[in-house]
Design a protein around this ligand. Structure first.
Ligand SMILES: Nc1ncnc2c1ncn2[C@@H]1O[C@H](COP(=O)(O)OP(=O)(O)OP(=O)(O)O)[C@@H](O)[C@H]1O
Ligand SMILES: [Mg+2]
Length: 256
């Protein structure tokens, strides 16, 4: 995994839904080991920006470069789309996303969930995939749940399972969209602990979170979005503790 390539660059990304321009030209650059946190009000475009990064949404304009490989688009009468879906598949395998709502497959055990993509997408031998999956489950504290189905696990366990599943692809970048906001408060800590471990070991991550204390602690950069524009960005201490933007100041102010 050690390379000098830049894991992810997004340049001037724009996205419209109908006439509503949701992203108005967003850029970011994630270098190896960076943890970039996106914050902003509901509807500011955080999820759409993340979804554009792994092409769950097609950006209308802008460039995406993953591990120094530019993604090629072409214009069609339905709008812009990737030129080569094989390339998209290959790129997506490098960018694992963890969503707000635990998205393990319900009809598979936890272990089966974790080995699914390594075996079927990467073509790993099953025995090797199982050994690696068990060590990942151990890391997220779920080895004893390997044979459970998602409905037999708590939300926090499912979310840690989803992280193990994402890790099983050894992704270039991990994308997290509010991974703890659907959890009961007492389950949040265990998930954040796993994420902090990933940050500490130098995983490149881009995350959307409302956990400001966590963001301050782990981020190399914090980006504040307002209506599809980067209103402020920089080191967490500057952005979170000494914001220049009045709007960001209000966003961060304790709510009563
Ligand atoms: N598929 C879609 N079709 C039409 N509009 C959409 C679609 N997805 C998102 N939007 C709109 O784009 C804007 C940005 O949405 P997005 O989900 O990116 O916001 P967000 O910052 O993630 O908000 P939240 O904090 O509530 O998750 C919103 O106004 C939303 O209504
Ligand atoms: Mg969102």
């Amino acid at each position: 995994m050690a390379t000098t390539a830049t894991p992810l660059q997004a340049r001037n990304i724009k996205k419209r839904f109908g006439t509503h321009e949701v992203l108005k030209g967003l850029s970011l650059e994630a270098h190896q080991g960076d943890v970039i946190t996106l914050i902003g009000a509901s509807g500011s475009g955080k999820s759409t920006f993340l979804r554009c990064m792994n092409l769950l949404e097609q950006p209308d304009e802008g460039e995406l470069i993953v591990h120094d490989e530019p993604i090629h688009f072409r214009d069609t009468k339905h709008g812009r789309e990737p030129m080569d879906w094989k390339q998209v598949e290959r790129i997506r395998a490098k960018l694992s996303m963890v969503f707000q709502n635990f998205n393990l497959w319900a009809h598979m055990t936890l272990l089966e969930n974790v080995i699914e993509a390594p075996v079927h997408v990467l073509g790993k031998p099953k025995k090797q995939a199982i050994d690696e999956a068990r060590s990942l489950l151990d890391r997220v504290g779920l080895l004893d749940r390997a044979d459970y189905y998602p409905t037999q696990m708590s939300g926090g366990q499912q979310q840690r399972g989803a992280i193990a599943r994402a890790l099983a692809m050894d992704p270039e970048v991990m994308l997290f969209d509010e991974p703890t906001s659907a959890l009961d408060p007492e389950l949040v800590g265990d998930v954040l602990k796993v994420m902090r471990g990933l940050a500490d070991e130098g995983r490149t991550m881009i995350l959307v979170t409302h956990e400001i204390a966590f963001a301050r602690d782990v981020s190399s950069q914090v980006i504040y979005l307002h209506q599809g524009v980067i209103e402020e960005s920089g080191a967490p201490a500057q952005v979170l503790d000494d914001p220049r933007s009045e709007r960001l100041r209000q966003f961060l102010a304790p709510k009563h």
